[in-house]
Ligand binder design. Structure first.
Ligand code: C2E
Ligand code: CA
Ligand code: CA
Length: 730
């Protein structure tokens, strides 16, 4: 989860962050562009404002000339001046038409002859209140006139003039002074006689509003120094006459910001789309990457695990084995490292008989039980179909033995799936480093040898590797080859017969056929040894059939009630077994009612359906079924109810102990009683002493068999005994 989260961070958040950064950079850039546009435009607006106000000044001078550059004006201002004319052309008129605020006419001595202020003509003496401010203008103009200076170049003015900014009683104003001169040039005007016209236009009133409106400078107005608003733009105009500085401010037009404002919804939309797109694309790619990682994890899991049981698999086992051996040799542990090989007993049968589903369930259940028992640092590996392994570090031999016993005991109880019971056991082989070697191949091989040993010693066992085992294996392989050859030629086999007597009296009820194999190099070999080999090598069906035929031929004429023949569970499960038996009986002419088949109890428990069906068929044909070695397996009388059997053969081990332990003798008594209660006959096998015989008799055992009464013997010996008893009876 953590890894996935950090991956999420690295994928999605990183992409989003990158996109946000890119968008912010773009945003900053746009703002920067807008600012530059704005400051450029504001600079232009300042120029415009300066130009517009300058134009007002130029216009005043120009408008002034419409009256001052005129012969009539010279005439009417001469002497004391024509007051009415002056007012009509140089005072009130100018106020009305050009909006000037004050006007003065001064004679050659700069003495006032006319004054206009506060929207009306005033006494000429009013000029005195302005003299100080206006004197520099008069002086400058007179100097220009005296110097004969021409009108300002580039201007539309016809006469020389002086115009500039100034403060009058604290109000900003433009002052323009012009000489009153002849336009025709026909009037004689000595320089000393020239009179001057001065106008004042205040810049804090309507005129500036108009300039602002006509030049689109919002709220353009004069501001006194120190009263400026820093959010507004401003220009300062300084006069060259005197030192007045006039400041004007307006609300600047910011086209960049306008543009941004109008674009911002679009930009926000584009930004959101890009962010969402990034989110979608990056999370999709994150998901793809995650899928890939999960796939890789899954593949890695599959590469090291068994999908059915969830256990680690063979390749994981090999890696772990190498690592542990390496650690073992470098760390110098005091206790050995154990290699455990576990193989389920009769698993193939469970699979064949109960089906693969139950087989799978058995494997899963076995894995579960085994994991519970083994220490946490020793995981269980599934290394083959029904083969498992474990590597147990740092345990004593005794501890390993205890673990093995626990594993075997954990399978004593049958497994139950949907009401179907599966009896499986486990055989375990163990090898130990450093005693048995120090490389994987060697330790594996020896654990395998030990496992084989455990299997052949009768299953549900464990064995720890010993050097003698290697020899045993060699022997076994050789024996299998010889057995195969002997079966091909049918040479070396014979059948011996062991009589079985009635519990009461001395009447021989039947005989049990027991196979013998004499091998030229080895002598007589016990069936206890070669039957399991025949079973495993797939030779038992052949051998079993041969015994059945031989026994039937031998016994067909014997005056005994029945002939008992041992049947391997492998035979019982072979398809068509019942038919083969019946065909053989018919061929020889042996009555089915005289044949009894002995099936070992442990195998019987496993037989389940397929075997059950075979037994039913045989039983229906009149053949009896006996359960051999009764008491050694996991069956109970309860189970016998479901099996069509006729007899139980109480195992040798019980017979042996009836004289030794009261508890065991009670068990045997109960067995016989219960068998009778269920309508089953009883045979006690391995009767070796008269005491055993007497006790069994007292328990009401139906049939006795053992060395005391008769050893297995060749057919001719048995014929002889039968003849003798017949003669005796006669
Ligand atoms: P089993 O069916 O339990 O056969 C009885 C075994 O006990 C025989 O050993 C017999 O010789 C032995 N025995 C009889 N009476 C006594 C006694 O009083 N004391 C002692 N200690 N042993 C006694 P055997 O012949 O070596 O057979 C061993 C096993 O081999 C048999 O056990 C049976 O499971 C198997 N076997 C023998 N012949 C055949 C055969 O033809 N087919 C199959 N499938 N299995 C066979
Ligand atoms: Ca038997
Ligand atoms: Ca037996």
């Amino acid at each position: 989860m953590n890894q996935q989260f950090s991956l999420f961070l690295s994928r999605v958040v990183a992409s989003l962050l990158a996109m946000v950064l890119a968008l912010s950079a773009m945003g900053f850039f746009l703002v920067w562009v807008a600012r530059s546009i704005d400051s450029e435009d504001i600079r232009r607006q300042a120029e415009l404002a300066g130009y517009a106000i300058g134009e007002v000044r130029a216009n005043i001078s120009h408008n002034q000339e419409s009256s001052t550059f005129w012969d009539e004006a010279v005439k009417n201002t001469a002497g004391g001046g024509n007051a009415e004319w002056i007012d009509g052309n140089l005072g009130t008129w100018m106020h009305t038409f050009f909006g000037i605020d004050e006007a003065y006419v001064l004679d050659e001595q700069n003495r006032p002859i006319y004054a206009f202020a506060d929207e009306r003509p005033k006494a000429a003496a009013f000029f005195e209140s302005r003299r100080d401010v206006l004197a520099p203008f008069l002086q400058a103009l007179r100097a220009k006139i005296a110097a004969g200076e021409p009108p300002a170049e580039g201007s539309q003015e016809l006469s020389v003039g002086v115009a500039d900014y100034v403060y009058i009683a604290g109000r900003p104003a433009i002052v323009s002074a012009k000489p009153i001169v002849s336009d025709s040039g026909e009037l004689e005007q000595p320089l000393s006689t020239i009179r001057i016209h001065v106008v004042v236009l205040y810049l804090d009133g309507a005129i500036i509003d108009r300039v602002g409106q006509s030049h689109v400078l919002e709220d353009l107005k004069f501001v006194a120094s120190g009263q400026g608003d820093p959010r507004r733009s401003s220009i300062s105009l300084s006069s060259s006459i005197g030192s007045a500085v006039l400041s004007f401010q307006w609300v600047p037009f910011r086209p960049g910001q306008r543009l941004l404002a109008s674009l911002s919804p679009v930009l926000a939309l584009v930004g959101s789309v890009l962010l969402i797109g990034t989110l979608v694309i990056s999370s999709a790619s994150y998901r793809r990457k995650l899928d890939r990682i999960r796939n890789e994890e899954h593949i890695r899991y599959l590469a090291t695990h068994d999908p059915l049981t969830g256990l680690l698999n063979r390749s994981a086992y090999e890696r772990a084995a190498d690592e542990l051996i390496e650690q073992f040799s470098t760390r110098q542990q005091s206790d050995p490292l154990a290699f455990l090989f576990m193989d389920l007993d009769r698993f193939k049968q469970v699979n064949d008989i109960l089906g693969h589903q139950v087989g799978d369930a058995v494997l899963v259940e076995f894995a579960r039980r085994t994991c519970e028992i083994l220490p946490a640092n020793a995981p269980v590996y599934r290394v083959g179909g029904d083969e498992f392994a474990a590597l147990i570090p740092n345990r004593t031999r005794r501890e390993i033995e205890q673990l093995c016993s626990q594993l075997i005991d954990s399978l004593v109880e049958p497994m139950e799936f949907d009401g179907r019971r599966a009896f499986v056991g486990v055989s375990i082989g163990v090898s130990m480093a450093p005693y048995d070697g120090s490389d994987r191949a060697e330790l594996n091989r020896k654990a395998d040898v030990a496992l084989y040993h455990a299997k052949t010693a009768g299953r549900r066992r464990f064995s720890i590797f010993g050097t003698q085992m290697d020899d045993a294996i060699q022997n076994r392989a050789a024996m299998e080859a010889e057995l195969r050859e002997a079966l091909r030629t049918k040479k070396g086999f014979s059948v011996v017969y062991q009589p079985k007597y009635a519990g009461h009296g001395s009447h021989m009820l039947g005989v049990e056929a027991l196979v013998r194999w004499e091998q030229p190099g080895r002598g007589m070999i016990s069936p206890a040894l070669f039957i399991p080999i025949a079973e495993e090598a797939g030779l038992i069906a052949d051998l079993g059939l041969w015994v059945l035929e031989a026994a039937c031929r031998d016994a067909v004429a014997w005056p005994v009630e029945h002939l008992a023949v041992n049947v391997s569970p492998v035979q019982l499960r072979t398809a068509g077994f019942a038919e083969t038996v019946l065909d053989t009986l018919e061929k020889i002419g042996f009555p089915a009612s005289r044949l009894e088949l002995e099936i070992t109890e442990t195998d019987f428990a496993d037989a389940e359906e397929a075997g059950m069906q075979t037994i039913k068929t045989l039983n229906a044909a009149g053949i009896s079924i006996a359960i051999d070695d009764f008491g050694t397996g996991s069956s109970t009388f309860e189970r016998l109810r479901n099996i069509d059997c006729d007899r139980i053969k109480i195992d040798r081990s019980f017979v042996k102990s009836i004289t030794e332990s009261e508890g065991d003798s009670e068990i045997v008594r109960a067995m016989i009683a219960m068998a009778h209660a269920k309508g089953l006959k009883t045979t006690a096998e391995g009767v070796e002493t008269a005491e055993q015989r007497d006790i069994l008799r007292s328990f009401g055992c139906d049939e006795l068999q053992g060395y005391l009464l008769g050893k297995p013997m060749p057919p001719q010996d048995l014929t002889q005994i039968l003849n003798e008893t017949e003669t005796l009876a006669r």
